[in-house]
Design a protein around this ligand. Structure first.
Ligand code: BGC
Length: 746
């Protein structure tokens, strides 16, 4: 009897296993073609009238199909999810292919650090790392390379960039963002969008709006006043929309009590009425819209990735609950958008049929990683360490051998190969003996550090510790040191095991470098004094190990500057509760907050040491007169004081007259320039005056006249020591020249 039960159980298990395997391995159906040969470079006006004509010919059911993703039901969704969790890459998700009327589908892929749906795509450093390059031109190249790979893979729509502002560095998805500053986010976001779209691939900046808390992202209700919304949290969205972004993805969270995906204020009011944008909105996935009537009314054009509630559209129209004319409005903009982008031929000379990840793209991933790494400390000029001078190296920590590209959810990319840190060091220091200690006894670690010429300790996080929260069953406790499955961080310190290793290494070997891996600010006060050199490497992408090792060896220059302030302790920042049901976003966060509460950060926004040791000699306003329609030009003279080549990133922070009520010093311009030893370099920082208007309510902006300051420096704190004042009178501005002292080396 027992035997029979056992055999029965085995049979059931076998059937279950075969069922799940079939579900996973049965090939996905062939997707429809994402671009239509029949179109050729149509202008938007023509496309709009073509779309209107097509809508006239559609049945109600055909119209409804334009407004949701093609995953048909829960079963297909589960199968999609299982395949995503077990196989590299992901199945394409389409929306709205109409063969009869020759309407192209949306062929969707994530994401912010490479083409997430296609196995073998190039994995770039995360967006936060790319923000640290302070180099929008480079970000345009990354966007372009991602656009090319998307087109090669058969996709015409990328859910990238993520331009939510980092209100608090504990946000789990901080790494997908461009950091805490609206202007840096804007410059990088626009460059990324333009890079993607020049290949005829639609870019979808996300998540509109105020999505910067992870664990309660589906439910949290964010309150904000109109001024903070328009001056702090939305300007970068306006900039990408103005630069021609094809689409926008809504956010999961509520804004002022209403789901962002059903907020008429945000989707029709701000995006269309205020900003005049003509693109279409897609929902964030699965939980982005809850009520079809509310979504349609709000201007949510497409529910992704399936018709969870938009499947009801035909019935709701027939029942008179939604007017068909309203459906037509949404369908027209969706069809027009798809037709317009399907007609773009891309960039002449680009081989869209080549292998997905080319050597050029891999090289770009390496270059970006090098320009992104931030040298935070370099006591006694430990770095660079020439390979010829080293006989043995101690490499410490489990992350040195990990394939650690960052978040493991929607932004995850499965590249062909990854160069780990240990592999990179082995490749670059190919004549040295390398000892690797993953973890273990602290006394043994100390002894090995004494015996080594150089110690490289790799510390930080992985997707277990931060990222999109894909934990499906219950909440994880973010205060625990080993967390698992992404989510927010309430504690910005390193994990205890990392701190123990760094403390054991403290003061032992003068050539010790801590390499910090992570997607955002990590506090360092408890160990940094004992470690001579610290390099913030972020999640540096598939070529990260090589990039890092080249920097250690002096074959590449660490070109990064912090896109996020690093406080001394977590509690110096605004309150951050990942499990909050409601949260109020104020006017201040990041460096504006730290300034307001008069707290010095451990490392300020925009900071990064440089081998060229740049300093600002002079900085002055170059305009003689200035009108609101003009551009303020701040002329900066920079000198390299070191013996090596490097980078300088001069930054200008504007401070308004008191009556304007704005924060004291907000980034409005920066530039990145390469510096040669002993050579002076002139750089102009330009600020269109129109940017300095203040939000006056109901979509209006107004000018403030009076005494302004522009702080100019090589990071946010440095800039405060160099104010240039000018007075803005009714029409004309007069500038006082200002001669600065040489920058104090930190
Ligand atoms: C994320 C989006 C992503 C989408 C599709 C959502 O859970 O919030 O950023 O684009 O999934 O993967």
């Amino acid at each position: 009897m027992l035997k029979k039960i056992f055999l029965g159980f085995l049979a059931l298990l076998a059937v279950f296993a075969i069922g799940v395997s079939l579900l996973i391995f049965w090939p996905a159906s062939t997707p429809p073609p994402p671009r239509m040969q029949a179109y050729s470079s149509l202008d938007y006006k023509t496309v709009k009238s073509n779309a209107a004509a097509l809508v006239e010919e559609m049945t109600l059911e055909e119209k409804a199909e334009q407004l949701h993703g093609d995953i048909g039901n829960t079963f297909q969704l589960v199968r999609w999810g299982l395949r995503f969790l077990t196989l590299p890459g992901r199945d394409i998700v389409n929306s709205g292919y109409n063969e009869r009327l020759n309407i192209p589908p949306i062929a969707f892929t994530d994401g912010p650090r490479g083409v997430a749906f296609e196995n073998g795509a190039t994995a770039y450093p995360v967006a936060m790392a790319r923000a640290a390059t302070f180099n929008p031109e480079l970000e345009r190249e990354v966007g372009s390379a991602i656009g090319i790979e998307a087109r090669r893979g058969g996709y015409n729509y990328i859910a990238s960039p993520c331009i939510n502002l980092l209100r608090h560095p504990g946000w789990g998805r901080a790494q997908e963002s461009y950091g805490e500053d609206p202007f840096l986010t804007e410059r990088m976001g626009v460059a990324h969008v333009n890079g993607i779209q020049k290949h005829g691939v639609m870019s979808c900046p996300k998540h509109f709006a105020l999505n910067s808390l992870e664990n309660r992202r589906f439910t949290v209700d964010v309150s904000i006043d109109e001024r903070a919304l328009h001056e702090v949290y939305l300007p970068h969205f306006k900039a990408v929309v103005d630069s021609g972004a094809a689409s926008i993805m809504s956010a999961y969270n509520k804004v002022q009590g209403e789901y962002a995906g059903q907020s008429r204020y945000l989707l029709e009011g701000v995006l269309r009425d205020e900003w005049g944008w003509q693109g279409f909105v897609t929902s964030d996935w699965i939980n982005g819209v809850y009520d079809a009537e509310a979504g349609i009314h709000a201007g949510m054009d497409i529910e992704m990735p399936w018709k969870k509630v938009y499947g009801e559209i035909p019935e709701l129209v027939k029942a008179g609950k939604i007017k068909e004319a309203r459906i037509d409005t949404l369908v027209r903009r969706v069809v027009a958008g798809k037709m317009f982008w399907a007609s773009r031929t891309g960039v002449a000379g680009t081989d869209y049929a080549a292998k997905l990840s080319t050597p050029d793209h891999k090289k770009l991933a390496q270059k970006v990683a090098e320009e992104a790494m931030v040298l935070l400390k370099n006591e006694g000029n430990v770095l660079p360490i020439a390979p010829a001078a080293v006989k043995n190296i101690l490499v410490v920590g489990p992350l040195a051998t990990a394939d650690n590209l960052g978040d493991a959810a929607s932004s995850k990319v499965d590249p062909e190969s990854i160069i780990t840190i240990l592999e990179g060091i082995t490749q670059v220091y190919n004549n040295a003996k390398i000892v690797y200690i993953e973890e273990g006894d602290m006394e043994a670690l100390k002894q090995a550090a004494i015996d080594a010429d150089v110690v490289i300790a790799v510390v930080g996080y992985s997707s277990d510790d931060e990222g999109e929260n894909i934990q499906m069953f219950g909440d994880r406790d973010p205060s625990q040191p080993t967390w698992g499955t992404g989510g927010d961080r309430t504690d910005l310190r390193l994990k205890r095991a990392d701190v123990a290793r760094l403390q054991a290494l403290s003061g032992v070997n003068l050539k010790t470098v801590a390499v910090v891996i992570g997607g955002s600010a990590i506090t360092m006060d408890e160990w940094i004094d004992g470690i001579p050199s610290v390099l913030m490497a972020w999640y540096p992408g598939e070529q990260g190990g090589l990039a890092l090792s080249r920097i250690l060896a002096g074959q590449a220059i660490p070109g990064g500057r912090l896109p996020v302030s690093i406080p001394r302790e977590t509690n110096r920042l605004p309150n951050f509760d990942p499990f909050a049901d409601t949260v109020t976003y104020g006017y201040y966060h990041g460096y504006t907050w730290l300034n307001k509460i008069e707290q010095e950060p451990r490392f300020p926004f925009g900071f990064g040491l440089d081998y060229s040791q740049p300093s600002i000699d002079t900085a002055y306003v170059a305009n003689e007169t200035l009108k609101w329609s003009d551009t303020l030009v701040i002329r900066v003279l920079i000198k390299g004081n070191g013996s090596r080549r490097g980078w300088a990133v001069p930054q200008a922070y504007v401070s308004w007259p008191k009556e304007a009520g704005r924060p004291d010093g907000v980034l409005q311009a920066f530039a990145k320039t390469s510096i040669m030893p002993g050579v002076s370099q002139q750089v102009d920082l330009e600020i269109p005056m129109i940017r300095l208007r203040n939000y006056a309510g109901e979509g209006n902006w107004e000018e403030t006249y009076g005494a302004y300051n522009v702080y100019v420096g090589l990071d946010e704190a440095d800039a405060r020591s160099r104010p240039i004042s000018f007075t803005l009178e009714e029409i004309v501005l007069t500038a006082e020249d200002f001669l600065s002292p040489t920058r104090n080396p930190r």
